[in-house]
Write a new protein. Sequence first.
Length: 164
Amino acid sequence: MATQLKNLSDFSNTTVPSAAPYRFGIVVAEWNAQITGAMYEGAYQSLIEHGALTDNILTYSVAGSFELIAGADLLLSNKHLDAVICLGCVIQGETRHFDFICDAVANGISNVSIKHTKPVIFGVLTTDTQQQAADRAGGKHGNKGVEAAVTAIKMADMAQQLKN
């Protein structure tokens, strides 16, 4: 598998615009808190490193990944934001619950983005094991939170360029 050999959070081959002009929301699932907490730290620090002002980053927690949908919708309905980052982690269990949640979260986040015409970033790990999640939350494959933050910056910048 290709991911076994690389850090997925390497952005050395691309230009990341300044985050300074933009306002971001971060919605973090509390379920699998050790993983989502590490992803949040990666996202937050990445926004700061790219110039975002701390006052322009609003963070809210929700119970689980399914609730990321409502959290993002509420944020965009009540705050002026340029992008929302959704951070969650769903780990395969013994039942089909995993499939239903992953499908609903992916579709729901897409629908919120379309509804508000704003970037809503899917920073949700959908892994088979706890170790795979840890590897993607600051481990050997990078940090999905960092990737989500860079995506949010790039999408906010694209939206601004298209307005001009």
